[in-house]
Ligand binder design. Structure first.
Ligand code: GTP
Ligand code: MN
Ligand code: MN
Length: 389
């Protein structure tokens, strides 16, 4: 450790999970540009390049000041030649030609519009783009084959494009709490994702549910969704076993008893009156649980009705994995990714939303809190509000 007062004493660490990244920072004019390039690389199926730009942006988010000259970048990690070139151009000319032409490009705009539909990933959007489709309307017009999720995505497109506010997330929290306690008293519910990190808006609302008596949480998800459905609060839901582990976590194949997270992707029907009531702090969940009016089968326009559609993610975790699940579902996505990279590359451990495995000792490390997990990993604890990497 360097003495205080030495400017290099606050040297920027190279993993995002070693740094504090607040929600509001001083370099949006640069990070937004780098994130356009990151997103474009993702649309072109170039993950390495996408992550490189995202890491570069993330370093700038952690700086305690606005970058004014290229000199300010000296000693910063994760800034590749390409990112530095882009930053230099923005500092000198006010904008980057590459970023602006990417932003304007038909491919970028189309991919953004099509992947913005719930249920549509990069692969599908790219195929549609190459077939000449450009917008959600084009999908309807040309009668594309759509799965159930994509149909819901189109039906509620306008609503789902609108950011979810914290006030709306709070009303949804009350509903989820009521549903969960109706079917399993004593269950615990925690708000996750962006809202746990202090965001004021989000693209969805994420919840993690558990019960202090291990095993009580088994089979919980269908009970919750049935309750919600009976109340007319669900527009769409699909419950899946979490396949995240197999996809992302490589060698740390968990024992069978760990492969039982259930996840529900859903779309809630949120009464606007409930949000207004809640803001006046006189809300009761009763206000929001009348549904059942007939919907038009086509696109929903929330201006004309008393409700809007909101994306909600529900996850059920066994109590013994709750700390790992909490850490894994708080985000940001880059923060999570960096935690796993740190664990693997620096500690020979394997971290997932279920467990932490130590390859040197050949054992799973138990944890009741996020703090314990950071400690196992040899990292300073970073609170959720500073995980906005
Ligand atoms: P907004 O919703 O856009 O406001 O941001 P967010 O940070 O809440 O993003 P999102 O809802 O997409 O994800 C929330 C957290 O859940 C992130 O940290 C993701 O990494 C994590 N996450 C998303 N999908 C999965 C999954 O399938 N498995 C696990 N374990 N984590 C996931
Ligand atoms: Mn979210
Ligand atoms: Mn989510």
């Amino acid at each position: 450790p360097k003495p205080n007062g030495d400017p290099s004493a606050m040297q920027m660490k190279s993993y995002a999970c070693q740094r504090r990244t607040p929600l509001k920072h001083h370099n949006s004019f640069l990070t937004e540009a780098l994130e356009i390039l990151s997103q474009n690389a993702e649309y072109n199926d170039n993950e390495g390049r996408s992550v490189a730009f995202r890491r570069a942006a993330s370093v700038l988010k952690a700086l305690p000041h606005r970058v004014k000259t290229i000199e300010d970048l000296r000693c910063l990690p994760c800034l590749g030649d390409h990112s530095q070139r882009v930053i230099k151009e923005i500092l000198e000319d006010g904008s980057s030609r590459e970023v602006e032409s990417t932003r304007q490009s038909e491919q970028f705009q189309t991919m953004k519009a099509l992947t913005g539909i719930f249920g549509v990933g990069v692969r599908t959007a790219d195929r549609w783009f190459r077939e000449g489709l450009r917008s959600p309307d084009d999908l309807i017009r040309t009668g594309q084959q759509l799965n159930r999720a994509q149909q819901a995505g189109l039906q509620y497109y306008d609503d789902l494009q609108k950011p979810v506010t914290k006030a709306e997330a709070d009303v949804i929290s009350d509903i989820v709490e009521k549903a969960v306690h109706a079917v399993l008293p004593g269950a615990e519910i925690q708000l996750m994702g962006g809202f746990r990190r202090g965001k004021e808006v989000g693209h969805d609302v994420d919840f993690l549910i558990t019960h202090p008596e291990e095993g009580k949480e088994e089979g919980l998800m269908p009970k919750i969704t049935n309750w919600l459905e009976e109340q007319g609060l669900l527009l769409y839901q699909k419950t899946t076993r979490n396949s995240y582990l197999e996809k992302m976590d490589g060698p740390a194949r968990p024992p069978n008893n760990m492969d039982r997270f259930e996840r529900c992707f859903s779309i809630f029907k949120l009464q606007k009156s409930a949000v207004r009531c809640k803001s006046n702090s006189t809300a009761s969940v009763e206000d929001v649980s009348r549904g059942g009016e007939n919907e038009r089968p086509s696109e929903h326009h929330s201006e004309e009705s008393g409700w809007r559609a909101v994306r909600v993610d529900l996850v059920v975790s066994p109590y013994s994995q709750f700390a790992f699940a909490t850490l894994g579902w708080t985000g940001s996505k880059l923060f999570e990714r960096e935690l796993r990279r740190w664990a693997g590359q620096e500690k020979h451990m394997s971290l997932s939303s279920h467990a932490l495995y130590d390859s040197k000792q050949n054992l799973y490390l138990r944890a009741k809190t996020e703090e314990e997990i950071f400690a196992y990993l040899g990292l300073e604890f970073i609170p959720p509000s500073e995980r906005n990497a």
